[in-house]
Design a protein around this ligand. Structure first.
Ligand SMILES: O=C(O)CCC(=O)C(=O)O
Ligand SMILES: [Fe+2]
Length: 144
């Protein structure tokens, strides 16, 4: 499928899970993510400043991106394991695309000026990768 990127994660068992994380806090930079996780657990989403466990349900596929706002999430390290998950990212970032995206012009006015500058999807995706999962939003780099 065009624009589908699949990432398979293997988290080895960790002898001291309190000292590290499986994946640090981040939000996905794709249009939508579908995730298949095994029974080990460890995925958490940030909800009202609290980390909430996303318990594995056998056979369930998890979709992130709540009303197009990508939810922040992380994965805890586990003594049990290994843990395996498969994330499918739906995004146009893997195909060349020179389209410039920005705030919808009809919604802008003197009272409501643009908060973000325009950018292309490859520019945004490369910035996301270069920044790394440092817990901050990549969008901050495009704020005016
Ligand atoms: O392994 C998981 O449950 C989550 C993986 C993840 O957050 C990602 O690939 O972006
Ligand atoms: Fe993620």
């Amino acid at each position: 499928m065009k624009g589908l990127l699949m990432l398979c994660h293997y988290y080895p068992p960790c002898p001291q899970p309190d000292l590290t994380l499986g994946i640090s806090k981040h939000s996905d930079n794709t249009f939508i993510t579908m995730l298949l996780q095994d029974q080990i657990g460890g995925l958490q989403v940030l909800h009202q400043d609290c980390w909430v466990d996303v318990s594995p349900i056998p056979g369930a596929l998890l979709m992130t991106n709540d009303k197009f706002k990508s939810v922040e999430h992380r994965v805890l390290a586990n003594k049990a394991g290994p843990r395996i998950s498969v994330a499918c990212f739906f995004s146009s970032s893997v195909t060349p695309n020179s389209t410039v995206y920005g705030p919808i012009k009809e919604l802008l006015s003197e009272e409501n000026p643009p908060k973000y500058r325009e950018f292309t999807v490859p520019e945004y995706s490369n910035g996301y990768i270069e920044k790394g999962l440092d817990g901050t939003s990549n969008l901050l780099n495009y704020q005016i």
